[in-house]
Design a protein around this ligand. Structure first.
Ligand code: DIG
Ligand code: MN
Ligand code: MN
Length: 389
């Protein structure tokens, strides 16, 4: 029995997409560097490294032109492999970005036939996911965007996106699939500008839907970082709104293309604040690593990558425990919420409350002169991350 405290276990709910560990390493400037593994081989790899779940786009598993009997055989074989390797299928999504038919978008495309094809394909992916037991349906609109805004008015694109999401919510309900639909934002790539570029944009969009209760978000570290945003703040807003239905964990240098690095590989401090938040609020959803191994790796390196994602999450979870238990940090944090002067709470509006806020005498200069010791707090955080506390 291993004494390693950072080994993954099912209760951690670590999942990977077939397209992540199955990425053969092609990039815009180079050919694949790894042989493609079959979905069954990828399930075996994920079982070997200790993952809990495996996710997929429809065409990661079923080729886009497969007929019904080929499809059913593939699904049967895949389900058997998941059972024998102890893997669940928490999430399914649909690929509406690879095939040339989607080059001008899918749900937002100008051609009504493309919009129909997109909803048709998404319904098929929902059917597939239901057969595999998935309860989360992610939609990332990789092609929903523009290079020139002469192609369509953006409000027309938004209306078309709403029409498709409303339709798919109804399809899920009508078929008893009970999906929680999670919308994933990204600011650009492959389109020059993608509609709904950030998690915050999607939170605003969800409020305009017919069934907002069925729809949430799937924030991704790399995508919020590409927009120059703080991922933990985006996740906190989604959590506050009850809309954190799923999460894509990886890492990313700001100002770069979508790097989808191993979780924590680029900015371990940002990853720490994210893990601390997820664990403190009790997020109970999948911890999905939508990430890819370096192009330099073979499949042993891909396993190193997958293990590293999960280990880093568990190491940072332990660091968050140490942070909360550290007496100096606890003393600093305890003082943060103290009021430095007698002041009425804001609370819910009341006439009396407004009067007392209007009349209270506050020493503004003293407020401005108060020292807050965040330098010490952050230095202690760094020391915990560096393992010296
Ligand atoms: C990219 O970050 C996107 C696609 O890989 C997929 O549609 C989605 C699922 O997590 N993430
Ligand atoms: Mn990404
Ligand atoms: Mn993603």
């Amino acid at each position: 029995m291993s004494t390693d405290p950072f080994l993954p276990a099912p209760e951690h709910k670590f999942s990977f997409g077939l397209w992540t560990v199955g990425n053969p390493g092609r990039d815009p400037f180079g050919e694949p560097v790894r042989d493609r593994l079959s979905p069954v081989q990828l399930v075996e790899l994920l079982g070997e490294v200790g993952a809990w779940g495996v996710n997929l786009h429809d065409n990661d598993l079923v080729p886009i032109d497969a007929n019904a009997s080929v499809r059913d055989g593939i699904v049967r074989e895949f389900r058997t492999a998941c059972v024998s390797n102890g893997l669940t299928v928490p999430m399914v999504t649909t690929n509406l970005f690879t095939d040339p038919a989607f080059k001008d978008g899918a749900f937002t495309a100008n051609d009504q036939a493309v919009r129909a094809l997109s909803v048709q394909k998404a319904m098929g992916a929902m059917d597939l996911g239901a057969e595999l037991g998935a309860k989360i349906f992610v939609m990332w609109g990789g092609r929903e965007g523009a290079e020139t805004d002469g192609c369509r008015r953006p409000d027309v694109a938004i209306a078309r996106l709403r029409e498709a999401v409303n339709f798919l919510c109804e399809y899920s309900v009508a078929n008893g699939y009970d999906y929680r639909i999670a919308l994933e934002a990204k600011p650009n790539e492959p389109r020059s500008d993608i509609y709904m570029p950030t998690t915050g944009a999607y939170l605003g969009f969800i409020a305009t839907l017919d069934h907002p209760e069925l729809v949430g978000v799937n924030p991704e570290v790399a995508h919020e970082h590409m927009a120059g945003l703080n991922m933990t703040h985006s996740v906190a807003q989604a959590w506050d709104a009850g809309k954190l239905f799923h999460i894509d964990l990886n890492d990313q240098l700001v100002g770069r293309f979508d790097q989808d690095f191993r979780f924590g590989a680029a900015n371990p401090k940002a990853a720490f604040w994210l893990v601390k938040f997820l664990e403190e609020v009790g997020y109970d959803g999948p911890r999905h690593f939508d990430a890819h191994a370096y192009r330099t790796e073979g499949y042993e390196g891909v396993k190193d990558f997958a293990r590293g994602c999960m280990r880093t999450y568990l190491i940072l979870k332990d660091k968050a425990r140490r942070w909360r238990a550290d007496p100096e940090i606890s003393a600093l944090v305890a003082g943060l919420a103290e009021s430095s002067q007698a002041a009425p709470p804001v609370g819910r509006y009341s006439q009396g409350g407004a009067e007392s806020l209007k009349l209270c005498r506050l020493d503004r200069a003293a407020l401005g002169g108060r020292e807050l010791r965040y330098e010490q707090l952050d230095q202690l955080t760094i020391e915990i991350l560096c393992g010296v506390r």
